[in-house]
Write a protein that binds this ligand. Structure first.
Ligand SMILES: C[S@@+](CC[C@H](N)C(=O)[O-])C[C@H]1O[C@@H](n2cnc3c(N)ncnc32)[C@H](O)[C@@H]1O
Length: 353
């Protein structure tokens, strides 16, 4: 997790945000757009100098953190793009943890900059921002290093040419997948899990998909691999696909459409935005939060899903066998079945009484 500090009356700021604050005079009276912000109040803090700030989060947890602070000068959005074409004097990009997403964010920034508008890119040294000068598309001037502090780098540039319009198909890799349930088409936007190939954990899960019925949840749906395989084999399921990541949700929608399937796809941080009970819950749960490895997301998911499983409901996940899930699962569900495992992954299965 990035280090956090308090900034005046504002809530905690991450290291990259502190570096932006150190350089905020460059935003004086600007209309500012912040892309891919973190779980802090930096966009609100910028109102001390900026004329107005819009913030687009690609992570739903980050959006939920900022959204309650929205006001007439601070608009907050979640998604893979803005719902309007407004232009800004400055766009600030937080260099993404998933590096392949960076060129997409630069294209998006260019769409929303006035001619000669300012681009600022900030990121942690260990996160790939060092290669910014090579990564910046030609419609931006050569990136210049503006600051180096708090283990982060801040680069500046300006828009010098017209950028291509964003067509999602240009940012999607589409591939056919032969699964035990039949052939499916996967549409994977840049930066989303399993961009080029099927994850080995997901593969083990698909090889032992349980027969489900009724209302089923795919937690951390990513590009919709499990969702599409499930619906291929069991088309009458009422499936809900949730993820925290906007690019994943957009990918899942594209995958379902490409296979002529329908499901309810919506953002959720853990199970917080779901309601009611499910007859089935299935997942290849995350064990990363940004750059940090964590078991806490999966552990909360186990505890929360135990409460949201209908009687006779089926729960099955796949996890890296070295992660310490079995104790949590046994503590929540009482008993634990392992229907399959290999040298890297294990399936965990439970049926509610
Ligand atoms: C291991 S990937 C699995 C993706 C897909 N189900 C598959 O098997 O290819 C885990 C997914 O969980 C999502 N995720 C991470 N943290 C989350 C959270 N707190 N709430 C919901 N989804 C989350 C990630 O964005 C990612 O798409």
């Amino acid at each position: 997790m990035p280090a956090l500090i308090f900034y005046g009356s504002h809530a905690v700021l991450t290291n990259p945000s502190q570096v932006i604050i150190r350089n905020q005079e460059t935003l004086s009276q600007h209309k500012v757009l912040v892309l891919n912000h973190e779980a802090d109040s930096l966009p609100k803090a910028l109102l001390d100098v900026a004329q107005s700030v819009d913030a687009l989060a690609l992570d739903y947890h980050h959006y939920l953190h900022l959204a309650p602070q929205a006001n007439a000068k601070l608009r907050c959005y979640f998604g893979h793009q803005l719902p309007h074409q407004d232009k800004y004097d400055t766009v600030i990009v937080y260099f993404p943890k998933a590096k392949p997403l960076a060129p997409y964010l630069f294209n998006l920034a260019a769409q929303h900059l006035v001619a000669d508008g300012q681009l600022l890119v900030v990121g942690e040294n260990k996160g790939g921002v060092k290669s910014l000068v090579k990564l910046l598309p030609k419609y931006f001037a050569t990136g210049i290093k503006l600051d180096n502090a708090r283990h982060c780098l801040l680069f500046g540039s300006s828009l010098i040419d017209t950028a291509p319009e964003i067509k999602l198909s240009d940012w999607t890799s589409q591939y056919q997948l032969a699964t035990p349930q039949g052939n499916i088409t996967i549409c994977n936007l840049v930066g989303v899990f399993s961009e080029k190939h099927l994850d080995q954990g997901t593969e083990l899960l698909l090889s032992h998909l349980p027969t489900l019925s009724g209302r089923v949840l795919d937690f951390g749906c990513g590009a919709g691999v499990i969702a599409a395989a499930l619906l291929k084999a069991q088309p009458t399921l009422s499936l809900e696909c949730i993820d925290i990541n906007a690019m994943a949700l957009a990918s899942c929608e594209l995958t379902l459409a490409a296979n002529g399937m329908t499901a309810k796809v919506y953002p959720s941080d853990g199970l917080a935005q779901t309601s009611g009970k499910f007859d089935g819950i299935i997942s290849n749960p995350p064990f990363h939060d940004g750059l940090a490895s964590t078991t806490s997301i999966a552990q909360s998911f186990v505890a929360d899903s135990a409460k949201q499983l209908q009687s006779k409901g089926i729960w099955q996940i796949v996890a890296n066998r070295h992660l310490p899930y079995s104790d949590t699962i046994a503590a929540e569900f009482g008993q634990l079945t392992v229907p399959a495992e290999n040298n890297k992954y294990k399936l965990y299965y439970f049926q509610q009484a």
